[in-house]
Write a protein that binds this ligand. Structure first.
Ligand SMILES: C[S@@+](CC[C@H](N)C(=O)[O-])C[C@H]1O[C@@H](n2cnc3c(N)ncnc32)[C@H](O)[C@@H]1O
Length: 284
């Protein structure tokens, strides 16, 4: 098992834990699963579901389109898309336990247009030129060889196709980040380019930058609110507070420290959160 897989999969019982937690709260996992219940664990990035919705609004996704998501986690983004759009999604993730839970959830929710593949996105065997859109949220951070990754992904995208990115990058403060964070137990898991390096990596793989938005302020506000909630100061009306599921199911007690560290890293400008749209050149 790779080191990054161990970070996300400290034990092999995630789906069982999800089922047990729901059952203990009198929620039937076979019939009552929904996106509100799952959001605390299937939107495993800074900004939660609002951030995903903002990202998806960046392009006009068409019915019948083919979407490749890399680092799909428990599948929240893929399901959010299929709630409103008939399309074909290929969801790739390297962590077996996440893929198993993703598939189990889709099955319980009777969703059959998401194909889940457990693989390293750098070796993804996706048919060349078959995808209209690629989506990645907080996954490039875990991948040291972004040159290989982006070349593989450029090959799988149709010319003119879009790459939607929601990512953590290095901020202006070059001091070491506080660890652990949800994407890294130690520094060997965290690979953060700065803005210029990120754009150069995409350019050398044949992608043109169409839009780039720094969403760090929004991300920090969201993280502060959730750190307060996790410390026991619940906010009325939060969908996450209404669910018995929380990221501690994945990360254990260290999630409290992870959340605080993300907040400090954002506040100290050690990391930024960005949304970007890249377009695959017609002649890469
Ligand atoms: C921070 S989580 C984000 C999950 C999901 N994108 C979300 O926002 O809910 C990062 C994900 O990337 C996956 N990942 C890391 N390295 C990967 C690789 N080389 N290939 C495929 N998936 C990878 C991890 O297993 C994990 O599910």
């Amino acid at each position: 098992m790779s080191s990054i897989t161990q970070h996300y999969q400290p034990n092999e019982t995630l789906w069982q834990k999800i089922e047990d937690t729901l059952t203990q709260s009198d929620i039937d996992p076979d019939t009552q699963l929904n996106s509100n219940l799952l959001a605390p664990i299937d939107q495993l990035h800074i900004g939660g579901r609002q951030a995903t919705q903002a990202l998806l609004h960046q392009v006009d996704l068409k019915a019948g389109c083919h979407i490749l998501e890399i680092g799909s986690g428990l599948g929240g983004t893929a399901r959010l898309i299929t709630e409103t759009l008939p399309c074909h999604i290929t969801a790739i993730d390297i962590t077996p336990d996440f893929c198993e839970a993703h598939q189990a959830i889709n099955q319980r929710m009777s969703l059959n247009n998401i194909q889940v593949i457990c693989a390293d996105a750098c070796d993804a065997q996706v048919q060349t030129g078959s995808q209209d859109v690629i989506i990645s949220q907080h996954t490039l951070i875990n991948i040291p060889d972004k040159t290989t990754l982006l070349k593989t992904l450029a090959d799988s995208l149709k010319p003119g196709g879009s790459f939607l990115l929601h990512e953590v990058i290095a901020g202006s403060n070059k001091e070491p980040i506080k660890l652990p964070v949800p994407w890294a137990s130690d520094i060997s898991h965290s690979h953060l380019p700065d803005k210029d390096e990120l754009i150069a990596l995409f350019a050398s793989a044949g992608f043109r930058l169409e839009r780039f938005t720094d969403v760090t302020e929004t991300a920090l506000t969201w993280r502060k609110k959730h750190t307060q909630r996790e410390a026991g100061n619940n906010q009325q009306g939060s969908t996450q507070a209404a669910s018995p599921l929380n990221p501690g199911i994945i990360f254990g007690e260290r999630f409290l420290t992870m959340g605080k560290n993300v907040m400090a890293n954002l506040a100290d400008n050690k990391v930024s959160v960005v949304e970007a749209v890249f377009v695959r050149s017609e002649n890469p």
